[in-house]
Design a protein around this ligand. Structure first.
Ligand SMILES: C[S@@+](CC[C@H](N)C(=O)[O-])C[C@H]1O[C@@H](n2cnc3c(N)ncnc32)[C@H](O)[C@@H]1O
Length: 429
C-alpha cells in the first residue's frame, strides 16, 4: 500500500493562504543587491504547478488609484490587471511583510507565473510554479512589460553588483546550505527599491543597504525600513520607529481605499469601475497584495541585471507573462497543462453571504494588456486554472478543479471579518 502523502491541490493551497492572509512556508526574503533590491528565495523544493505566493495588496479601481499619490518607488508596487472588464490595481506599496510583493521580474526564464484566482467572488493574484524550483532558487515571474528599465542594455561600466548578479547566483550562502528556520521566518520591509533611481539617482540610501547583505537584517522581522521614497521625502528620519515592530496581521490585511497610481491615470481614466470599489471597502480589497517598490536599486537602471541580448530597447513591449505562456522563452511549458483559462474561481465554503455577485466573463481579447509604459506591473491578462489543474503526480490522485460558476450568483462573503466590511457594495450590478 502506498504511503505517499496526497499532494494538496495547488488551487486549494492558494485558497488557504488567500483566506488567511498569510504566506506559505518555504520562502524567505533576501537582499540581493542594490539594483535589484530584495528578492524571494525558496527554502523548500517546489514542484511544478505548486501554489507559491499571493501578491497581496489593496484592491483598487483606477479611480481610486488616481485619487492617491504615489512616489516613484511606491508606484512600482502597483499591479494593474483586468477583471470582468474592469481595470483594477493591486496596491502593494505598503511594506506589510508579505512576500509576494517582493518577487522580482524575469522575462526570459521565469520559474513562476502570476494567475488570477477568484476566491469568494474576489480576484486575487497568485504565483504558481512553472517548473521545479530548488532550494535557494529565487522566485521570479515575468512582469510582462519589456520596457522595464532594468531590462535595458548594460553599460560598459556595469556596476559590480549587477555584474555579480549576472555571473553568479543571487542566492545567499545561507540558502545554499539548506533551510534555516531562523532565516525563513522573516521579511525585511521597506528597503529601498530601484525605482528610487528613477526619482533621484543620488538619493540617500539607508546605511544598512550600502553595507550589503546582512543575514541578521534580512532574517529579522523588520518593518518600516525606509524606502527610497521615504528617503527622498524625509532624509532626517532614515529609520521609522516602527522598524522593530513585529508583523501586524492587521496591516497586511487592512483595507485601504482611495489609492491612485499614475499608472492608473495613464491607463484608462474612463474605464468602467466596479461601483463597490469606488464607494468603499471591498472584501476583495482587504487581502490583496501591494507591490511595494524597493529602494535598493537606486539605480541607474542602465546597470541592468539583464543584458540586452534580445535588443529589448528596440522591441515593442511584450505582453505579460500570461500572454506569452507557451512560448519557448519561459522554460518548460508546464503552463499548458496548468493554465487554460483566465481565472480560477474558488468559492469560499463559509456560510456567510457575500455582497458580491458576478460572473467571470472575461474573454481572451479583454485580457490583452494595454502595453502601457508605466512603472506599474501590468497584468491585464492573467490566466487561471479554471478547467484543469495539476494536482498530483499520481493519475489516480489527479483531480480537476471545477469552478462553481453555477453558484456564483450566491451572495457570500468571506469568513474573515476584515474582508467583510458592512458597507461593501455589489461589485457588478
Ligand atoms: C515588486 S518590486 C519587487 C521587490 C523589489 N526587488 C524590492 O526590493 O522591493 C519591483 C521592483 O523590484 C526591482 N526589480 C524587479 N525585478 C528586477 C530585476 N530583474 N532586475 C532589477 N530590478 C528588479 C525593480 O526596482 C522593481 O521596481
Amino acid at each position: 500500500m502506498s504511503t505517499r502523502r496526497m499532494r494538496k491541490k495547488p488551487i486549494d493551497d492558494a485558497k488557504t493562504y488567500i483566506l488567511s492572509c498569510t504566506d506559505k512556508d518555504g520562502f524567505m526574503p533576501r537582499f540581493i543587491d542594490h539594483y535589484k533590491g530584495r528578492g524571494v528565495f525558496a527554502t523548500h523544493p517546489i514542484e511544478p504547478g505548486d501554489f507559491v505566493l499571493e501578491y497581496r495588496g489593496k484592491l483598487l479601481t483606477q479611480v481610486e488609484c488616481k485619487s492617491r499619490k504615489y512616489s516613484e518607488i511606491e508606484s512600482t508596487f502597483l499591479f494593474d490587471f483586468q477583471w470582468q472588464n474592469h481595470h483594477l490595481c493591486l496596491d502593494a506599496s505598503e511594506e506589510d511583510g508579505s512576500l509576494g510583493r517582493l518577487v522580482n521580474d524575469n522575462h526570459k526564464n521565469p520559474n513562476c507565473v502570476m494567475k488570477k484566482i477568484i476566491v469568494d467572488d474576489k480576484p486575487h493574484l497568485c504565483l504558481f510554479s512553472l517548473k521545479k524550483i530548488e532550494i535557494g532558487d529565487e522566485i521570479d515571474y515575468n512582469y510582462g512589460d519589456s520596457k522595464w528599465p532594468w531590462r535595458s542594455k548594460l553599460k560598459k561600466n556595469q556596476a559590480p553588483a549587477a555584474a555579480l548578479e549576472n555571473e553568479t547566483s543571487p542566492v545567499p550562502q545561507m540558502l545554499n546550505d539548506g533551510p534555516n528556520p531562523d532565516q525563513t521566518c522573516t521579511q525585511v520591509k521597506g528597503l529601498q527599491t530601484p525605482a528610487a533611481a528613477l526619482e533621484n539617482e543620488t538619493s540617500p540610501v539607508p546605511q544598512m543597504l550600502n553595507d550589503g547583505p546582512n543575514p541578521d537584517q534580512t532574517c529579522t522581522q523588520v518593518k518600516g525600513l525606509q524606502t527610497p521614497a521615504a528617503a527622498l521625502e524625509n532624509e532626517t528620519s532614515p529609520v521609522p520607529q516602527m522598524l522593530n515592530d513585529g508583523p501586524n496581521p492587521d496591516q497586511t490585511c487592512t483595507q485601504v481605499k482611495g489609492l491612485q497610481t499614475p499608472a492608473a491615470a495613464l491607463e484608462n481614466e474612463t474605464s468602467p469601475v466596479p461601483q463597490m470599489l469606488n464607494d468603499g471597502p471591498n472584501p476583495d480589497q482587504t487581502c490583496t497584495q501591494v507591490f511595494t517598490v524597493q529602494g535598493f536599486s537606486l539605480v541607474d537602471y542602465p546597470y541592468s541585471d539583464e543584458t540586452d541580448e534580445d535588443g529589448m530597447e528596440n522591441e515593442p513591449p511584450t505582453p505579460h507573462l500570461d500572454v506569452i505562456l507557451g512560448q519557448n522563452d519561459i522554460g518548460p511549458d508546464v503552463s499548458n497543462h496548468l493554465y487554460d483559462s483566465d481565472e480560477t474561481v474558488v468559492k469560499e465554503t463559509c456560510d456567510e453571504a457575500s455582497p458580491s455577485n458576478h460572473s467571470n466573463n472575461q474573454s481572451d481579447d479583454e485580457l490583452v494588456p494595454p502595453l502601457r509604459r508605466t512603472k506599474s506591473i501590468m497584468m491585464d491578462r492573467v490566466q487561471d486554472f479554471t478547467h484543469s489543474l495539476y494536482d498530483s503526480d499520481s493519475p489516480e490522485e489527479t483531480t480537476f478543479f471545477k469552478p462553481e460558476r453555477d453558484s456564483q450568483k450566491l451572495r457570500r462573503r468571506s469568513c474573515r471579518p476584515e474582508v467583510c466590511p458592512e458597507n461593501v457594495k455589489t461589485l457588478v450590478a
